[in-house]
Design a protein around this ligand. Sequence first.
Ligand SMILES: Cc1cc2nc3c(=O)[nH]c(=O)nc-3n(C[C@H](O)[C@H](O)[C@H](O)COP(=O)(O)OP(=O)(O)OC[C@H]3O[C@@H](n4cnc5c(N)ncnc54)[C@H](O)[C@@H]3O)c2cc1C
Length: 477
Amino acid sequence: MVNKPSPKERSPEKKKEIFVKLGNKIGLENVSDKELDKMAYSKDYWPITVRWVLEGKTPIFPDFIVWPQNTKEISDVIKIANSNKIPIVPFGEGSGVVGGAIPVNGGIVVDMKRMTNIAINDENLTVTAQTGINLTDLERELNRKGYTMGHHPQSMYCSALGGNLSTRAAGHFSTKYGKMDDMVISLEAVLPTGEIIRSKNVPKSSTGPSIERLLLGAEGILGIITEATLKIWPYPEERALSSYAFENLKDGLESIRKILRRGVYPAVVRLYDKEETSRHFYQTPDAKKKCMLILAMEGDKDLVALEKKVSDSVCKDKGMDCGEGPVNHWFETRFNVKEASDYAPRDIVFDTIEVSVTWDKSLNLYNSMIAAMKKVNGVLLSTGHASHFYPQGVCFYFTFGGAPVKGATPEEFHKEVWGAAMRACIDSGGSISHHHGIGLMRADWLKEELGGGFEALKKIKKSLDPENIMNPGKMGL
Ligand SMILES: Cc1cc2nc3c(=O)[nH]c(=O)nc-3n(C[C@H](O)[C@H](O)[C@H](O)COP(=O)(O)OP(=O)(O)OC[C@H]3O[C@@H](n4cnc5c(N)ncnc54)[C@H](O)[C@@H]3O)c2cc1C
């Protein structure tokens, strides 16, 4: 937890003093302590806080919201926070699903949305962008100029570059283009005591540990990422689509493993279990009671033709060819996320959990996690798909839904299902998060996940952030 401020430190007089100091540095019009703004920045997309709002519960308010325009202003804000021992919470667009951006100890929310400059370097195939930029705005600008970053998370309309770097997010096209952290060439960040660091724009160096990379996935606890230089690609010349229905998950997984072993990385690779296949692909009769695999290969025309040829030849061994239709259907519906908001007001608890595991443990982990969630009283739905792949393993993405029984609250029920899933994941040799991060939701399991690394993380945090002002109370620290 944050070093508790004395009543004097957070008294109305003190708050007024901090407000004026912030205004002097970044302009009074860029600082707010209005109730409406505090409410807007009191939550992210963690289902628990979404429910709090539906139930009319008072969320946890920050003291101030600031909208800085550049790295120097962020440094000034952080220095003010340090000298006044008041928390700082970086805020992208609040689409995080684990509570990372919730200001649990009040303080200053730093909304990055005014920091949106970008510059493309064609020769180096890089883009340098301030981290407040919305991901769709960034990708559209790249597309207009003939490039893609290949990072398309389902939340790309409602998330910012900085949030994605800070959670090490993964997009739909990740098997070819990599995850957010794979795309980073260099970073600029402001540390918790206000110093600005920037790594060199080079493809690789051997100059000691990459200090700035500590900020990737740090969810704002070690500083604020202000700018990043990222890999980009020429806009794909060609896209080819394939889909196959498999008798079972094992055959589908095995086919994907073989495709990757041959050095072919389709951009989109998604394999659904039988329940999810019947939910998402009911219009494909050949997929009834089967597991649907969809593939999209893209890039240079000749290479795409070869990738499709290899993928098809592997899949035909055990799968039934379902053509392009199911992939087109997925492209049309991939941003549809209304299920969760439809069910929440009816007291149905609905959430997703993503984990990663090596191939040799993959099927066992899938079966264990599905069974563990199903076992919880009140669970009506426990399904999964695999959506990000490596030659070494896979990311499973589970969905559960249900209603609390025996007087349990929706929040207690939600935590119980998560507890069962996390236990099964750890016991099956998986990692508790592939791309959503830790925040508040997974905080209780991070110590077990990291082992000795957790103490090291605590020491790093303490040494970089002696006043514990950066996003305190997160990641179980
Ligand atoms: C409908 C929906 C679909 C989603 N689909 C995906 C998906 O496909 N793939 C995926 O990976 N995730 C997905 N997510 C989760 C979420 O969008 C990601 O975690 C995303 O990276 C969060 O971005 P944001 O800008 O909204 O960050 P926020 O929620 O604002 O912040 C996330 C965390 O990062 C910190 N932070 C934000 N900006 C900075 C910064 N500049 N410097 C340091 N720390 C910072 C915050 O303090 C917080 O801890 C989805 C969420 C929703 C609601």
